[in-house]
Design a protein around this ligand. Structure first.
Ligand code: GLN
Length: 278
């Protein structure tokens, strides 16, 4: 069978579950299984492919069973970086790339200090470190997620400017820590608890703790607003990812705390982030 036929068979098998993404996912699976990049695959389309049908069947069956592609491949792309992921961390979303863009724009070439809270796979922290001169301290409550984030930093040769720490941001240890930063970024869990079960079966495979933002989806932001401004160096800023429908709630929270803020959108046109400059 040619490489093209292999891809076509995977695409056909994935169509009912992946719809318009079936071709993209089939290509990713073929590249992964044969260990080639997209360009090499295209050049080989007409050639006979080695028989790796068992490996492909396993990947397709996992995907048909609702497992997200990124967990099957163990990696995904984010902001031009290859990020390893495990089921212990949220899968980096394209929507989150605007958070990195805002952060880089704010930092410029400065040798700044950045704190990333709820780092997960480390995607925001890694992309910020890779595209600035900042040193980045990344926190998460999940030891498993931190292991993935740290190994990403090593593989991407960013360990020299990155540190990782297991930390519960609701703990006294976090509140009383006096370290200060030029920029604090976070994509915290922000889905209201009651909405989680209605999410797609792929999202339900992601760690509950990385999605659940409490009854109103806002517990992290409320906590942040009371603790983070005092962790900023003069001229510092805070950038959060927020849910597409959380703009007015975040506006009220910031108004209440008399914090200057502005919102920005993702490339889908949804409000996706907030910059706070105390
Ligand atoms: N954006 C993610 C989603 O829609 C949620 C991320 C989060 O809770 N921080 O599934």
């Amino acid at each position: 069978m040619t490489y093209f036929q292999v891809k076509k068979n995977i695409k056909d098998a994935l169509l009912p579950i992946s719809g318009e993404f079936a071709d993209y996912e089939a290509e990713k699976i073929v590249c992964h299984v044969f260990g080639v990049d997209k360009r090499t695959l295209t050049l080989r389309y007409g050639e006979e492919a080695p028989d790796v049908s068992e490996e492909i069947q396993i990947a397709v069956a996992r995907r048909q069973n609702g497992e997200p592609l990124a967990y099957i491949l163990g990696k995904t792309d984010f902001f031009g970086l290859e990020i390893s992921v495990s089921p212990a961390c949220l899968i980096p979303r394209a929507d989150t790339e605007v958070i990195v863009e805002k952060a880089i724009e704010f930092l410029g070439q400065k040798e700044a200090k950045v704190l990333d809270i709820c780092t997960g796979s480390g995607c925001i922290a890694l992309a910020v470190a890779a595209n600035s001169n900042a040193s980045v301290h990344a926190l998460d409550i999940s030891e498993e997620a931190l292991k993935t984030a740290e190994s990403n930093a090593e593989r991407l040769s960013l360990s020299g400017r990155m540190t990782f720490e297991k930390c519960d941001i609701f703990s006294e240890k976090f509140t009383s820590d006096e370290k200060k930063y030029d920029l604090i970024v976070s994509n915290p869990p922000y889905i209201p608890t009651g909405d989680i079960s209605a999410l797609s079966r792929e999202v339900c495979r992601e760690p509950y703790g990385a999605l659940d933002g409490g009854a109103d989806g806002l517990i992290f932001y409320k906590r942040f607003i009371s603790t983070l401004p005092q962790k900023l160096l003069p001229g510092g800023a805070i950038i959060f990812e927020i849910g597409y429908d959380q703009r007015s709630a975040l506006h009220a929270i910031c108004e209440n705390a008399a914090l200057e803020h502005e919102f920005f959108r993702d490339y889908g046109g949804n409000t996706r982030g907030i910059v706070i400059k105390p």
